[in-house]
Design a protein around this ligand. Structure first.
Ligand code: MG
Length: 120
C-alpha cells in the first residue's frame, strides 16, 4: 500500500510541484490544503501518513497547524516547507515536533530524501 500524503501550502503552484514529485515516485497524495485550519481538518479526516507543511499561510500558519495536529496525533509525521531566511521558524517547528524541513525552491531529490527518511 502506498503512503498517504497531505500537502499544505497556500500557493497552488507549490502544491502542484510537490504533488508531481510525489505522484511520480509512488506516493498517494490524498489531500491538499491551502491554510492551516484546513490542514487540521483534513488531517482528522484523512489520517495521512505524512504531511508537507508550508510555514507562511493566511488564517492559520504552518507552525500553529503543526502544533494543532500534534495535539490530535502525537505521532504525526510533518515535514516543514520553508523559504530562505525562515531558520528561526524552522527551529520553532522542529521543537514543536516537525520531523524535517525542505527549503524552497524545492529540489525533487531533497524532497524525496526527507520524506523517505521521515517515513522510515
Ligand atoms: Mg506560503
Amino acid at each position: 500500500m502506498s503512503n498517504k500524503v497531505l500537502i499544505v501550502d497556500d500557493a497552488a503552484f507549490m502544491r502542484m510541484m510537490i504533488k508531481e514529485i510525489l505522484s511520480k515516485n509512488g506516493f498517494n497524495v490524498v489531500g491538499e490544503a491551502s491554510d492551516g485550519s484546513q490542514a487540521v481538518e483534513q488531517y482528522k479526516e484523512l489520517k495521512p501518513d505524512l504531511v508537507t507543511m508550508d510555514i507562511t499561510m493566511p488564517e492559520m500558519d504552518g507552525i500553529t497547524a503543526l502544533k494543532e495536529i500534534k495535539k490530535i496525533d502525537a505521532s504525526a509525521k510533518v515535514i516543514m516547507c520553508s523559504a530562505m531566511g525562515q531558520q528561526a521558524m524552522v527551529i520553532d517547528a522542529i521543537q514543536a515536533g516537525a520531523k524535517d524541513f525542505i527549503v524552497k525552491p524545492f529540489q525533487a531529490d531533497r524532497v524525496l530524501e526527507a520524506i523517505k527518511k521521515t517515513l522510515g
